[in-house]
Design a protein. Structure first.
Ligand code: ATP
Length: 603
C-alpha cells in the first residue's frame, strides 16, 4: 500500500469504538487500525484517536472550534441554509450528526456538496488522514484578522469532500468533542500487539513513553526504526518525562522499614510540581500533568537561566508561593493567581514564588533516571547555583525514627505539608510514570478515620430529586485499576456540592454522556447516565467499608465483595488530574488494611 491512510479506515474505527462495550474489543479495533496505518502517519492517528492534534504539553492551540463557526461551515459545505443547520441541530443535539444527515441528503439528491456548487466537476478525491491532519492544523493555528473566514473555509472544504460518516466524526473532532475515552494504556496494549503480535513489547513501549511522554512520537519511532530504537531511548529536552509518584503511609516506623531502613527525608512542599527543562537560554516548565506552564512563571524561567549552569538539563522541584514580606511559605491556593494569563507580570510581583528542587533527571546528554537518587542529587547540587528563592529542598538522611518525626514536625511548622521519604539504596532509580514504594509521602493527619482524601473518577450520574430536580444530584465514582486499565466503582456521592457545583455539572457532563457503560468501567450499579471517564473529584469519607455492590478491590479482601467509602463528601474538582491519575485500587486496598490495623490496635 502507498504511504497514505484513507480517512474512511480511521472513521470506521471511530464508529466501532463508539459501539463496543469491552476493553478487549477496544484494543483489537486499535490493533486492526494500527496494522493498516503506514509508519509515517501512526503518530497522527494516535493523536486523532485521542481527539487531539498533538500532545497537550506542546502548549499549541487545541481544536475546539465554536458552534457558530461550525454551523456556518456545515451550511456552506452542504449547500444548506444556516437556519436549516440550526434547526436540525436543535433536533439532533449533535453537530456531527447534523453534518452527517445533511451529507446523506445531498448524496441521495445526487449532489456532491461544495464541489458541485462551485461547478467543479472532477470526481471527489478521497480524504486521507494526512490531508485532514494538515487542514486541521491550519484551522487550529490560524489567528488574527481574517482567521475566522480562513477557518470556516478550511472546515467547509473538508466537510464538502467527506462522506456522511466522515463528516460526523470530522465535525466532532473539530468541535473538540470526539470523546472516545481511549486511554494511553489501551493504545500501548494495541501497539504491542500490532507490532509484536503479543504483549512482550509492552514494557519497552511503556518505559519509552515514561521517558518521553509523546505516545504518537513513540509509536512512530517504533514503526519506523523498530524496537531497538525504543530500548535505547533517552529523555529529550522539551519532551516531558512522566513524573515519579509516591505511595503514602502515616506510620514513621513502617515508612522507614519500607524504604530499607535509611532514607533521604525532604520537606513535602505544598505548591505546584515543576519539571524544568533547559537548553541554552530556552526554559520550559511542565506541570504534574505535563502541561506547559512556562508562561505562568517568567520569574522561575529567569532563575533557571541564571542559576542552572548546564547547557542542557531536566530538573524537578516544587514551585511554592511565598509571602512577599517575610519569604515564608504560603498555601498552594495562592498559585492560582498565576493562572490568570492577562496580568502575569503583576501576579509575579504580588505573588512571588520560590523553587525547591528535589531531582535531576537529565544532564548534558546523560540520562540520569536509572541512577540512584543520591547520585542524581549530587548532579543537581553540582549544576545549580543556589539562591534565596531557588534552592535544594530541605532534607536530612536518617535511619532514626525519632529524627524523622522531629524533622516532620519542623516541616509542618515551616508550612510544608509533611515530608517525602525516599529510598537511597542502589536500586532507588527515578521510576518515571509510576507510583511506588521508593518514595513515600508522610502527611499531616486529618481528623477523620479516613486519614486522607482520595481522588475519584466520575463514571456515571443520577438525576437529582426534590430541590435538585432537573439536575444531577449524585455521582457514581470509581478508583483506577492500572493493572487492568479499568475504572472500578467505589461509592456514590451526593454531599458536599455547592449550588454552583450542581448548576455547573449539567453543562460540564453534557459532552461526556454515552448510552452505555464505558468499556473501561466496571460497575454493578446502574446510574441514570453513564459518562466517559474524565472528571476527577477529591473526596473525603468517614471510613472504608466492605460492600457487595461496588467493584473496587472486589475479591481482594473477601470473595464477591468490594471496598466502598462510608459517608463520602465532595471537596473539589481536581482539574489538574486526568482519570488515570485518580487514586488506584492498590492505594485503596492499602488504606483499608491500615484502617483495619488501627482498629485492631485500638481493640
Ligand atoms: P500524587 O502527585 O502523588 O498523585 P497528589 O497530587 O495528591 O498526589 P500529594 O499527595 O500532595 O499530591 O503529593 C505528591 C506531590 O508532592 C508531588 O507530585 C510533588 O508535586 C510534591 N512534592 C513536594 N515536595 C516534594 C519533594 N520533596 N519530593 C517529591 N515531591 C514533592
Amino acid at each position: 500500500m502507498g504511504e497514505e491512510l484513507n480517512l474512511k479506515i480511521l472513521v470506521e474505527a471511530f464508529r466501532k469504538l463508539e459501539l463496543i462495550t469491552s476493553r478487549t474489543q477496544m484494543t483489537m479495533i486499535l490493533v486492526d487500525l494500527f496494522r493498516n496505518t503506514p509508519p509515517d502517519v501512526i503518530d497522527k492517528v494516535i493523536y486523532l484517536i485521542q481527539g487531539k492534534l498533538w500532545p497537550d504539553w506542546k502548549g499549541l492551540p487545541e481544536l475546539g472550534v465554536g458552534e457558530k463557526f461550525l454551523i456556518k461551515a456545515i451550511a456552506k459545505a452542504t449547500h444548506s441554509r444556516e437556519s436549516e443547520v440550526e434547526n436540525l441541530y436543535k433536533r439532533l443535539g449533535d453537530l456531527g450528526k447534523v453534518a452527517e444527515e445533511l451529507k446523506r441528503r445531498a448524496a441521495s439528491a445526487g449532489g456532491v456538496g461544495l464541489a458541485k456548487f462551485l461547478g467543479v466537476t472532477q470526481p471527489k478525491k478521497e480524504l486521507t488522514v494526512e490531508k485532514v491532519y494538515e487542514t486541521l492544523t491550519r484551522v487550529a493555528l490560524a489567528t488574527g484578522e481574517g482567521s475566522r473566514d480562513v477557518k470556516i473555509n478550511l472546515i467547509a472544504g473538508l466537510i464538502a469532500d467527506a462522506d456522511p460518516l466522515e463528516a460526523r466524526y470530522l465535525v466532532r473532532l473539530i468541535e473538540g468533542r470526539l470523546r472516545l475515552g481511549v486511554g494511553d494504556a489501551t493504545v500501548m496494549d494495541a501497539l504491542a500487539i500490532a507490532y509484536a503480535g503479543n504483549q512482550a513489547l509492552r514494557p519497552v513501549i511503556e518505559r519509552a513513553y515514561n521517558i518521553r511522554a509523546d505516545l504518537g512520537g513513540i509509536a512512530k519511532l517504533l514503526a519506523e526504526k523498530g524496537v531497538d530504537a525504543l530500548k535505547n531511548i533517552k529523555p529529550e529536552v522539551g519532551i516531558p518525562i512522566r513524573p515519579m509518584l509516591a505511595e503514602r503511609l502515616n506510620d514513621p516506623y513502617e515508612i522507614l522499614s519500607k524504604v530499607g531502613g535509611k532514607a533521604l527525608v525532604e520537606y513535602k512542599y505544598d505548591g505546584e510540581r515543576g519539571q524544568i527543562h533547559k537548553k541554552g537560554d530556552t526554559v520550559i516548565i511542565f506541570s504534574r500533568r505535563l502541561e506547559n506552564i512556562t508562561h505562568q512563571y517568567p520569574d522561575v524561567v529567569e532563575m533557571v537561566r541564571e542559576r542552572v549552569k548546564s547547557s542542557e538539563a531536566i530538573i524537578e522541584g516544587e514551585i511554592v508561593a511565598i509571602d512577599p514580606e517575610t519569604g515564608e511559605m504560603r498555601p498552594f491556593q495562592e498559585l492560582m493567581h498565576r493562572k490568570r494569563k492577562h496580568d502575569i507580570h503583576e501576579a509575579v510581583r504580588e505573588y512571588p514564588v520560590a523553587v525547591y528542587l528535589f531531582d535531576a533527571l537529565y544532564n548534558e546528554g546523560e540520562d540520569l533516571t536509572l541512577k540512584p537518587i543520591l547520585e542524581r542529587r549530587k548532579v543537581l547540587a553540582n549544576i545549580i547555583d543556589e539562591g534565596e528563592r531557588f534552592r535544594i529542598a530541605q532534607h536530612i538522611v536518617t535511619d532514626d525514627v525519632d529524627e524523622l518525626e522531629k524533622f516532620f514536625l519542623k516541616a509542618i511548622e515551616d508550612g510544608a505539608e509533611g515530608v517525602m521519604v525516599k529510598a537511597i539504596h542502589g536500586n532507588a532509580i527515578y521510576q518515571a510514570g509510576s507510583r511506588g514504594w521508593l518514595w513515600i509521602k508522610y502527611k499531616r493527619d486529618y481528623k477523620s478515620e479516613m486519614t486522607d482524601t482520595v481522588d475519584l473518577v466520575v463514571v456515571g450520574a443520577f438525576a437529582g430529586k426534590g430541590k435538585r430536580a432537573g439536575r444531577y444530584g449524585t455521582l457514581l465514582l470509581a478508583a483506577y485499576d492500572p493493572d487492568r486499565d479499568k475504572f472500578v466503582t467505589i461509592c456514590k456521592v451526593g454531599t458536599g456540592f455547592t449550588d454552583a457545583d450542581l448548576e455547573e455539572m449539567t453543562n460540564m457532563f453534557k459532552d461526556y454522556i454515552i448510552p452505555h457503560k464505558h468499556p473501561r468501567v466496571e460497575s454493578i450499579m446502574k446510574p441514570d447516565v453513564w459518562l466517559v471517564p474524565n472528571f476527577v473529584a477529591e473526596i473525603i469519607g468517614a471510613e472504608l467499608t466492605l460492600s457487595p455492590i461496588h467493584t473496587c478491590c472486589r475479591d481482594a479482601v473477601r470473595k464477591g465483595v468490594g471496598i466502598s467509602i462510608r459517608f463520602p463528601r465532595f471537596i473539589r474538582w481536581r482539574t489538574d488530574k486526568g482519570p488515570e491519575e485518580a487514586t488506584t485500587t492498590k492505594e485503596i486496598l492499602e488504606m483499608y488494611k491500615r484502617q483495619l490495623k488501627k482498629l485492631e490496635e485500638k481493640a
